[in-house]
Design a protein around this ligand. Structure first.
Ligand SMILES: C[S@@+](CC[C@H](N)C(=O)[O-])C[C@H]1O[C@@H](n2cnc3c(N)ncnc32)[C@H](O)[C@@H]1O
Length: 285
């Protein structure tokens, strides 16, 4: 990728869509190879957008899900697309006419993914079968709108994996008071970690030197964690300023450090480091 393209929102979108494509592709391929264990698969996009391919990547998330749902050896039978904006949902419905989802039924929900009635509808569509595999994607415009709720996660089958995008400083969110800011965001990360349980790893990915501090939180079966990290590393060529990647299971210290750096200002980090140093000095005396 030449420098003429620059490093900005366009590269972020390319990176995000590349990672999403890789992750969903692997999930769908693997589900299709486990006929006894996985009988069906549901793909969920909690923030589907307008369904138009972006100029930056030539893709959009409903298009990426359609591509993989149509994989002939896969078992995707339902794709759920949620969008709260009226105009976007109309455009999304229109765009679906030109997309092939294979054998999958497409359910479009006009509503907010955090609302109880939307969550209940999703739970109903997913159904109670423990051999259902689920992939959930959440890509709101900023971390404050994160669409992946504890209520939804707690009702999903065991074989559920997720990818959420977190815009930690979109529109200068870091200017908000720290007391209000950090608990909400750490709660989101902790909810995802709790849902992952022992069988799944949580991977935090942070774009370095990004004013908007975009980051990505993924859950993946432990067995796929290393491969997922390698795929993200490959996609990171689209963000030449560097991408921080850490596994919560194998490198919790780096994971916690990256999370903190994404959610705190430079001054707050300096203050925390000063406090840590003086605590350590106190212990040594
Ligand atoms: C960044 S765009 C999504 C882009 C799309 N995922 C893609 O990659 O092509 C965010 C979209 O999510 C919608 N959105 C944000 N929060 C939402 C929520 N809680 N429930 C449903 N839709 C939401 C917004 O209206 C907007 O259309």
């Amino acid at each position: 990728m030449g420098s003429a393209k620059g490093v900005g929102s366009s590269n972020r979108t390319v990176f995000k869509h590349k990672v999403l494509g890789k992750v969903v592709g692997r999930e769908v391929g693997a589900a299709g190879r486990m006929p006894g264990r996985v009988t069906r698969q549901v793909l969920i996009d909690l923030t589907a957008g307008d369904g138009r391919d972006t100029a930056e990547s030539g893709l959009c998330s409903p298009g990426i899900l359609a591509h993989h749902a149509a994989y002939p050896k896969g078992v995707v039978d339902t794709v759920i697309l949620v969008e709260r904006d009226r105009n976007s949902v109309a455009s999304l419905r229109e765009s679906l006419k030109a997309r092939d989802f294979g054998r999958a039924r497409v359910v479009v929900i006009h509503g907010d993914s955090r609302d109880s009635d939307v969550i209940e509808r999703i739970i109903e569509e997913v159904g109670p079968t423990p051999t259902t595999a689920v992939f959930i994607y959440s890509d709101p415009n900023a971390i404050t709108q994160h669409a992946l709720s504890e209520q939804l996660l707690s009702e999903m089958p065991e074989m559920t994996t997720t990818m959420s995008t977190l815009g930690c400083n979109v529109g200068g969110l870091l200017r908000l008071d720290q007391q209000k800011r950090v608990p909400t965001w750490s709660a989101h990360v902790n909810t995802v970690i709790a849902q992952a349980g022992a069988g799944r790893d949580v991977i935090f990915v942070a774009l370095q030197r990004d004013d908007s501090r975009w980051a990505y939180l993924l859950t993946t079966p432990n067995a796929w964690s290393a491969a997922t990290i390698r795929e993200i590393e490959k996609a990171s060529a689209d963000w030449p300023k560097g991408v921080g990647i850490a596994s919560n299971r194998t490198d919790h210290k780096k994971f916690a450090d990256l999370v903190l750096k994404a959610f705190c200002t430079a001054d707050e980090l300096k203050e925390m480091s000063r406090e840590r140093d003086s605590e350590e000095e106190g212990e040594q005396q």
